[in-house]
Design a protein around this ligand. Structure first.
Ligand code: PLP
Length: 383
């Protein structure tokens, strides 16, 4: 019920505390199945300070708009481009929708089709439905990366683009993006890479010597990339990123916003009013941590996930779905449903996929949390 009289801040906060007591929090270490994390304290500070900035009306917040452009350029730079075109958006879902929208608007196909791996995130289902684009699912190989030959066999005159994934949601697998890029160039199609998760992992993991396929704009067929700062970038939610190789993709999705207080603009994002603070936090975190800082974050997460995978292998009746590529470890077990239920009952925020349990070794996950989890898991599988 909408209250008649207001309550004191203290009373309202107390009620909030009570009501959120049942939430799992990232700092508890119990959330093992999320791609989000406790945001970096510096990014929180920046969001608080610039909470009023609205990039939906950038004429009012000219400085913030310039900072967003710089953030986009820094992300583009991380992904192998000198200059990129894009936005800091609400998350990977919006970023993927924008990419599909750009590909569709730039094609003159009547019944547009998009080819994407069976491992693609469900945000593409939303995109397909909203944009009237038929999704054509390509099979996976034994290693769970997309079968590039199957992708090729599905190209028709109606194809508007291809999607590859750099860090799949379930297993963290990186598709053979170099092969997809060659294919896209051969057929004159744009390739979108969904690196919502992997974007803030792969460049650093590669610098650390991990053997991971190339995935970014250095491959000429790649025309757009999703990269989410609110995942491994440690920026508060909402902060996604969409980067295009060329301006024509942004132009193709821009509509005129005529009445704004700051003057009329062309707007490409799905959201109108949108948080400038998010873009500023992305910019600030990149400046603050730099390549070396993020490399440290990724080093810890990669090492911990390798150790965790090794420990899982020692548990009878537990098996890895595949060797981890990034900092995502997914495993199956006998009586999986019972194991899942019991882990949840014991307060673990795990992510139960069809056929396996996924653990994402995010920055808030420490070795002692995983040790406790392993103790519980051992007990549960022993029945
Ligand atoms: N793409 C991939 C590969 C993802 O794993 C996710 C989320 O987990 C998304 C897109 C969607 O991101 P968001 O939840 O920020 O919209």
């Amino acid at each position: 019920m909408f209250p008649g009289q207001g309550a004191s801040e203290e009373d309202v906060l107390r009620e909030l505390e009570e009501k959120t007591a049942e939430d799992l929090t990232f700092d508890s270490g119990r959330i093992l199945g999320s791609m989000c994390t406790y945001p970096h304290p510096f990014a929180v500070k920046v969001v608080q300070r610039y909470i009023d900035r609205n990039l939906g009306d950038p004429g009012l917040h000219v400085g913030s708009q310039k900072i967003e452009k710089e953030a986009v350029d820094m992300l583009a730079n991380l992904l192998g481009l000198e200059k990129g075109y894009g936005h800091i958006v609400s998350g990977g879902t919006e970023a993927n929708i924008l990419a599909v929208r750009a590909f569709r608007n730039l094609s003159d196909v009547e019944k547009p089709e998009l080819i994407l791996p069976e491992s693609a995130h469900f945000s593409f289902i939303k995109a397909g439905e909203m944009l009237g684009v038929k999704l054509i699912w390509a099979k996976l190989r034994k290693d769970y990366s997309v079968d590039v030959r199957d992708v090729e066999s599905k190209i028709t005159d109606n194809t508007i683009g291809i999607v590859g994934i750099a860090g799949t949601t379930g297993l963290g697998v990186v598709d053979d993006i170099p092969a997809l890029s060659d294919l896209a160039l051969d057929y004159g199609l744009p390739l979108h890479v969904d690196a919502a998760f992997g974007g803030f992992v792969i460049p650093f993991a590669k610098a650390l010597g991990y053997d991971i396929p190339d995935f970014d704009f250095r491959l000429k067929g790649v025309k757009s990339i999703t990269i989410d700062p609110h995942k491994m970038g440690m920026v508060p939610i909402p902060a996604g990123g969409i980067i295009f190789r060329e301006k024509k993709y942004i132009d193709a999705i821009s509509v005129l916003a005529p009445y704004l207080a700051g003057g009329k603009i062309w707007q490409a994002t799905i959201t109108g009013t949108r948080p400038g603070a998010s873009a500023l936090a992305v910019w600030a975190m990149i400046k603050h941590l730099g390549f070396e800082g993020y490399k440290e974050v990724v080093k810890r997460a990669m090492e911990l996930s390798r150790w965790f995978a090794g420990e899982l292998k020692k548990i009878p009746s537990v098996y890895l779905i595949r060797e981890p590529v990034l900092n995502i470890v997914s495993f199956g077990a006998e009586e999986l449903e019972r194991v899942e239920e019991e882990l949840k009952r014991r307060g673990w925020g795990i992510s139960a996929h069809r056929g396996y349990i996924r653990v994402v070794v995010m920055p808030h996950v420490r070795r002692e949390h995983l040790e406790e989890f392993l103790r519980d898991l051992r007990e549960i599988v022993a029945g």
